[in-house]
Design a protein around this ligand. Sequence first.
Ligand code: COA
Length: 533
Amino acid sequence: MTVLASALDSATPEHAAHREAMLARLEALDAEHAKALAGGGEKYTARHRKRGKLLARERIELLLDADTPFLELSPLAAWGSDYPVGASVVTGIGTVEGVECLITANDPTVRGGASNPWTLKKILRANEIAFANRLPVISLVESGGADLPSQKEIFIPGGALFRDLTRLSAAGIPTIAVVFGNSTAGGAYVPGMSDHTVMIKERSKVFLGGPPLVRMATGEESDDESLGGAEMHARTSGLADHYAVDEYDAVRHARRIVARLNHRKAHPAPAAGAAPPVYDEEELLGIVPEDLKTPFDPREVIARLVDGSDFDEFKPLYGPSLVTGWARLHGHPLGILANAQGVLFSAESQKAAQFIQLANQRDIPLLFLHNTTGYMVGKEYEQGGIIKHGAMMINAVSNSKVPHLSVLMGASYGAGHYGMCGRAYDPRFLFAWPSAKSAVMGPQQLAGVLSIVARASAAAKGQPYDEEADAGLRAMVEQQIETESLPMFLSGRLYDDGVIDPRDTRTVLGMCLSAIHTAPVEGARGGFGVFRM
Ligand code: COA
């Protein structure tokens, strides 16, 4: 038997304290998620309803197969910015007529559903996910187009929205636009570029320029319906493939389109009935210590994520600060790399590179569980070749072709974030726990380094060093870096796909793995860069 043993005692005061801290963070997270759910707030929601319209999430719910889950992505986008949390659009993965689809829905209660810089980033990320995993894209459109005051941030890069739709189509990935309201100017190219379009009687407005703009440009008098109404597009221009009589009818049309796509998954779903972990997922709340300097055994996490808590560890005696091994999650085979003591040494890096190559030979997706302060520094380690060994691991991660999943459990600092498949290394999905922290280094270390540099600079100029100002600066920098390392801040900037409750990790990863297997999972047989040995 290779079922992991657990040394976790949920009755200890430490466990209770970790759990308490995690629950407090989850409560704070819920409050931020609630802001995204509230959209444009009561006034605009009431006005929207009074017009007889459904909210963005209601439209998604109707579209999905009954009683199936929706994996919402980037719900905290724009957190900490000048724009409302959620970035006026909802994106995520859900099942329609048995087909896993990538769904986007503008939230018209937030500034008319207009797209600001974070909306753009969020939709582009969604498109990336659709591409990599070959998921059909369903756009539920109702938007005032570009957020005009921030046009300089979005007009030029925003062209990628329409480029992506047609490239998805060219790659054989179906695209469907359902137009619930305004879809004007650049927005008109969402239905314009989609394979299938549904428009709604007296609701859809799809034109390059509305009546005032047309009057300005050509002097022609017109109205919404003749310029871009559903009836006109269904009977005259031919832009609408389906004419729906109301929102419910539009959703019904969209479901029928998906039913006829003949979109097949590259890999059949694994046999149902995967064994759950033998340990309680609830205990995941009490594993990560509040102070991330205190190490924890990631096997306790793995034991609460994988099928039957069954894990075959690879090279357990070599490079023990990185746990590597094989498991299954909801029936999908998975290789796992998890930081144990925080620091990555040469042996850990070499072991990681070997393990990643093995996963590529076997076509097995990889999961990276982050809790690292980075690669080891110091004379002994530099002389031992830590740079070339770290480079070996980063090379393997960069050129690996199997799908990667990353979960930031605790620290994810420095080049360790890169070696463990951080955001820039294109993991198919990346989620953070509320306990995660990510930055170039820890806040204290960063403030300390700045102080040493400032002190040396003053000495070089022969100037006295102001110790009092230094202490103030250190405190300020430490605070700033701490704030910028926190998951809500990072999620706001789209550096992850969401901050999740640790107890949901198995479910979230299971949905991701299922979506991933829509596209062929094929590892790199060669094609790595030059490994420095
Ligand atoms: N950029 C910035 N803010 C916008 C916006 C845009 N493109 N579209 C709407 N808003 C704002 C409005 O100013 C309004 O703000 P306020 O409530 O603080 O005054 C809020 O969003 C709601 O807009 P409102 O016009 O009251 O909502 P509506 O549901 O009646 O109409 C639209 C929505 C989208 C039809 C309408 O706002 C509109 O025509 N906007 C401009 C569309 C356009 O030409 N865009 C250019 C595309 S490139």
